[in-house]
Unconditional design. Structure first.
Length: 476
């Protein structure tokens, strides 16, 4: 017990020294360098923001690199400080100041930190590693075993969040339930002694539903399955039952079917956007611009619900039911959006309007004008896909300058709703025939009510138009 105060004092000084160095490296008052064969490379200031990675560098000579940053991969992880720069820094009067510690400042170059990878699909091959499958299920970022170990140990990427462990808990539970239910094909090598790499494992075979139910403890650092449930954390005791499955692989097709990829377009509607951008001003998302063009207001949302019979019902903001036309033509609301989309696409393609993306880190980017040449004019994409999924700005909502859009919109002819066309006798007959065949019954009164629920049918005579068509449809 007598030595405890001395040890505690040492721990305090070590912690303060580490924080002091990190503060200097974050502010740029001190610089560190990666050692390379042909010289040296400056370590970015933002690399010292990660407490766990910085601690590794302070007590060893290596600074682990974040594998979830697009395009960032130093050649050598060994880091050094120049003696002359260290001596100059030590002469500063504020070196030993502890006024702001343990709080640390933002890195001087935080704006230049590469965009983090937040979406990465499993490799394009029939079977993928178990670790890739589980990390895809948990984070929609498929990781190799090495990346998983590095990320979890140093809290990089998805592991920065405090709930990463809970997400993995849920992922292994959901995956085990679907795999054990026969929805996901899994194969591996049965090993009598899982952690003894010298022991012989059986040849590759498919795991049965019962085996997947029993061996539902996931060792993601080894890509294998053990008896039990959950996932193996660093420091967990080894279970007395030592057998398991090694080299476990998962059918990619089954995996994606069970845990679908999240479409970029769907994410756009829940992604916060900046209110304004430097030198551009206030901005708006592409879908808002389309609504202004088509309907003269920022939104024109369609209500979708399911009735008691399991059928899907679509209603416009007025509450009117939107039904597909029997002849295959589109309802007016769809035609209006298509016309607005073509008009906006033309302006983006010829440069009358510029579009932008605003990555979470880094400066705003202008979407290349030529990009719009390859986009369907009648179905604009709300998210910029980038050249590859990990491309800088990929998946970000497409933004327009609100001021530029308003000026452009004021100068063009308004979008007109499609003119109401005279419905032919054959159209009404087909509508009646389709209504009867859909199992709605044979009562004309109910059919007439449904027919009148469609705005395009308003004003048509029940006796002169609908009744003759109804009779003809019943005799066909």
């Amino acid at each position: 017990m007598a030595e405890w105060p001395d040890n505690l004092e040492t721990l305090k000084w070590n912690a303060r020294t580490g924080l002091t160095f990190r503060r200097a490296l974050l502010t740029g008052n001190l610089k560190a360098y990666y050692l390379e064969d042909d010289g040296e490379q400056l370590v970015p200031g933002w690399a010292w923001a990660n407490e766990h990675a910085a601690g590794e560098a302070m007590h060893a000579i290596s600074l682990p690199s974040d594998p979830f940053l697009s395009g960032f991969s130093p050649h050598d992880l060994r880091v050094y400080i120049r003696r002359t720069e260290l001596e100059a820094w030590l002469q500063r009067s504020d070196v030993t100041s502890a006024d702001d510690l343990p709080n640390l400042p933002m890195a001087y170059d935080a704006a230049s930190k590469p965009e983090p990878i937040t979406y990465s699909e499993p490799p394009q091959k029939p079977f993928v590693d178990l670790t890739e499958a589980i990390t895809w299920t948990a984070f929609r970022v498929a990781m190799s075993r090495d990346v998983f170990m590095l990320g979890e140990h140093y809290r990089f990427g998805p592991f920065e969040a405090d709930d990463y462990s809970a997400k993995l808990d849920l992922a292994v539970r959901d995956f085990a339930a679907k795999a054990g239910g026969g929805l996901i094909r899994v194969r591996g090598r049965n090993a009598p002694a899982f952690y003894d790499r010298q022991s012989e494992a059986a040849g590759t075979s498919d795991l049965t539903d019962n085996q997947l139910r029993d061996f539902a403890r996931y060792d993601l650092t080894h890509g294998g399955l053990l008896f039990g449930t959950g996932w193996v954390r660093l420091g967990d005791p080894i279970d007395s039952r030592r057998d398991g499955w090694r080299d476990v692989e998962v059918s990619r097709a089954d995996l994606i079917k069970a845990f679908p990829a999240q479409d970029q377009e769907a994410r756009v509607f829940s992604t916060p956007i900046p209110a304004s951008l430097p030198e551009i001003g206030t901005v708006m998302p592409l879908h808002e611009a389309l609504s202004w063009l088509a309907h003269g207001k920022p939104s024109h949302d369609i209500e979708i619900w399911q009735n008691a019979a399991g059928g899907w019902i679509f209603r416009d903001p007025s509450g009117a039911v939107i039904k597909p036309h029997v002849d295959g033509s589109h309802p007016p609301i769809i035609e209006t959006y298509r016309q607005a989309s073509r008009t906006l696409h033309s302006a983006l393609r010829d440069g009358s309007l510029l579009s932008y993306v605003a990555p979470a880190s880094g400066t705003p980017l202008q979407v290349p004008r030529l990009y719009w040449n390859g986009v369907n004019p009648e179905s604009l994409r709300y998210a910029y896909p980038g050249v590859t999924p990990d491309y800088h700005g990929a998946g970000c909502p497409v933004l327009l300058s609100r001021q530029s859009f308003d000026a452009w919109r004021a100068a063009i002819s308004p979008i007109k709703a499609p003119e109401k066309t005279r419905l032919s006798h054959g159209y009404v007959v087909n509508w009646c025939k389709h209504w009867i065949e859909s199992g709605n019954g044979n009562g004309m009164d109910k059919a007439w009510q449904d027919f009148q629920a469609t705005p395009e049918h308003h004003g048509l005579s029940r006796d002169d138009v609908f009744r003759p068509a109804w009779r003809e449809a019943k005799t066909r």
